[in-house]
Design a protein around this ligand. Structure first.
Ligand SMILES: [Cu+2]
Length: 143
């Protein structure tokens, strides 16, 4: 009876540890530090993997308001046309709006890419009027 109890306890503890470990693997996201400035975007990571959960920690390190978008690059035509913000928002895979990125503020965004993206297909960008044209963009890849 004593041995049986011991085995049972070992099994219970092992089961608990396995559950705890596998649960953590699913939840843990990779942190990506992002700085927005006048005018540029810096990121601790530019090569991503599809299916991996990322936590984008975006800081507006500038003195004017910015926004953060993950989206395809705009063509020269689209830039010239002056797309409205609604169209822009629809193109974005994910975004943090201007209201949440006032100067000095840090906002977070949890996001997983669901598809791969070769070089040139996606970028991090700020589309506050004039900022994209002033080079607030950073190419990324997703494998
Ligand atoms: Cu901006």
């Amino acid at each position: 009876m004593f041995v049986f109890k011991k085995v049972l306890i070992v099994l219970l503890v092992t089961g608990f540890l396995l559950t705890a470990c596998s649960g953590q693997k699913v939840r843990d996201s990779i942190e990506v530090q992002i700085n927005l400035t006048e005018f540029g975007i810096e990121s601790s990571l530019t090569d991503f993997e599809s299916g991996v959960p990322y936590r984008f920690i975006v800081t507006n390190a500038g003195t004017v308001e910015h926004e953060f978008m993950i989206m395809p690059p705009l063509t020269a035509d689209e830039m010239g046309m002056g797309m409205d913000m609604g169209e822009m928002d629809q193109m974005a895979l994910a975004m943090i709006a201007t209201e949440k990125l006032q100067p000095g503020v840090t906002a977070t965004l949890d996001f997983s890419f669901t598809e791969t993206a070769p070089a040139g297909a996606l970028e991090l960008a700020c589309h506050t009027p004039g900022h994209y044209e002033a080079n607030m963009k950073l190419p990324i890849t997703v494998k």
